[in-house]
Design a protein. Structure first.
Length: 240
């Protein structure tokens, strides 16, 4: 049978069942967030789909792999249909476009607040708490909710910087290269140094200080002969 025939009997041919209808991709609004990476949606045509899966990580060898993307109620998403079947919808993309009239200014407000973004070079992960992580040219940066730069790794300069009020490290750390610390340092535990130690201010200890395996505290108490005799004055005595 020639499906391109102009005969009248062939012009009436259509899908034999509803499952043969090809469903094109469409935009939809998220109406409810469900567990296990599923959502309920309402398409722009007014069709409701329930339990539609969206993108996320998976388990590989008992470990998670991939990225868990954030998705919100009323967010616009792109819905595609596997094999063109309306029975197999899947969300392939989420957009920042507003779904409700009251949210129409969201996109404009976003660009006003984050005007530094370069869409050609930046990859940024935002968290609703306010902080975000930015991958830009040769750099990985962490910002707080006020857009203050907290941390930066410069891969080209091979430099790491942190601007934090408190940093706690609970594991072994190995640093090869120069380390500069501006501020007070508090440590619990022993310090072992191979090399010279210099200090421009006083070195104090509530217990003792040893040098050359000699205790300064014990040495001063046991061997201190007291005040030295006065240096003699006048001409030197003749030698014999």
């Amino acid at each position: 049978m020639n499906i391109f025939s102009n005969d009248e009997e062939y012009l009436q041919i259509g899908p034999n069942s509803i499952d043969e209808i090809q469903t094109p991709p469409t935009l939809a609004m998220v109406t409810e967030i469900l567990p296990r990476f599923k959502v309920n949606i309402l398409t722009t045509d007014g069709v409701v789909f329930r339990g539609v899966r969206f993108f996320g990580p998976f388990i590989s060898e008992n470990a998670a792999h991939g990225r868990a993307f954030g998705i919100k109620k009323n967010q616009i998403v792109l819905v595609e249909f596997i094999g063109g079947s309306f029975r197999a919808p899947i969300i392939s993309r989420a957009f920042p476009f507003a779904a409700l009239d009251r949210d129409l200014n969201n996109l404009s407000d976003f660009w006003k607040k984050y005007s530094f973004i370069n869409p050609e070079t930046d990859i940024i992960d935002f968290h609703e708490s306010g902080y975000f992580v930015r991958q830009t040219t040769n750099k990985l940066q962490v910002f707080d909710r006020d857009q203050n730069l907290l941390s930066e790794i410069d891969f080209e300069a091979k430099k790491l910087s942190w601007k934090m009020d408190r940093i706690e490290i609970e594991s072994d750390v190995s640093i090869k290269g120069d380390l500069t610390i501006k501020g007070n340092t508090t440590q619990t535990g022993d310090i072992q140094v191979t090399g010279e130690i210099k200090a421009t201010e006083e070195i104090s200890s509530d217990s003792d200080v040893k040098t050359g395996q000699i205790s300064l505290k014990t040495h001063l108490h046991q061997y201190n002969p007291g005040p030295l005799p006065p240096v003699p004055t006048g001409p030197p005595e003749p030698s014999i």
